[in-house]
Ligand binder design. Sequence first.
Ligand code: FMN
Length: 269
Amino acid sequence: MTEAKRKTTAGNAVESRSLSQSTNRLVELIRMRRSIRHMTGERIPDEDLELILDAARYAPSPENMQMWRYVLIRDDEEMKRIIADISQEAARYVFGNYPYESTQGRLWYMPDAGRPGTYEEMRDGSLFRYPEKADAVIICCASESWHDSAVMYSNELCGSVVVAMGVMNMWLLAHSMGYACAYQAVPFADSRHIEFICDKLGIPRTWTPLAAFCIGIPEKPRMLGPSRWPLEGSFYAERWGVPYKRLAFRNQKQHESKKKTKKRGKSTQ
Ligand SMILES: Cc1cc2nc3c(=O)[nH]c(=O)nc-3n(C[C@H](O)[C@H](O)[C@H](O)COP(=O)(O)O)c2cc1C
């Protein structure tokens, strides 16, 4: 994109600067990443998968304590099926009783023709069976009890955060390589399911499984997703409640006031 063209793209600060190719690529990857829940069941080359797993190690953590553990399930098809069953059951519980009016709001971005089908897949939970079609089902675990720390690092503030950062590293890298990823938290919403999964996998009590992060081959490319709120909706400036204003809008105001001053200058000449 040329500098001039970038300047005309209203709305985003990063687009008004001249960026290196790799930065532009990263911005694109971040913006195009999606949850892809339809996978073929095919395998990913081992080297690719290992590269993706390795990205999780580079996430930050308090005092670099790396309080994450990931259980990679790849060959145990029965375990994948069990997680798919639990996911479907949990999703059916969550979405099954939703009236159409409340769910369709979340699917507003889909074409009319696709919406009822997705709604149905959400209601019967089948949309959430994807762990059985993923090549890698990664059970992401966090811990708040840490042997060389005097304090407990609560999962809400630290454990789940470090795991999320590791997952995001894997997600972006996998996405850049054309693989499908989705984050399955529903099977870990019910303590009975958590206990059952921990028992099956031998996860000790000091570790909390947060989600099954799934990676596989996408069945088809996914359409662009729901847009996010603008910066003004997510960021406040200096104080809570004061919306951040994008450069494009600030510049527009400056531009207008400059124009006004110019006009005034002319009329007084
Ligand atoms: C904490 C958390 C829990 C989530 N739980 C689930 C889940 O249980 N199953 C699922 O398929 N997606 C889950 N997601 C993915 C979101 O539904 C998804 O990111 C969101 O709808 C935006 O869509 P996108 O990822 O395609 O941009 C979860 C995401 C987060 C961050």
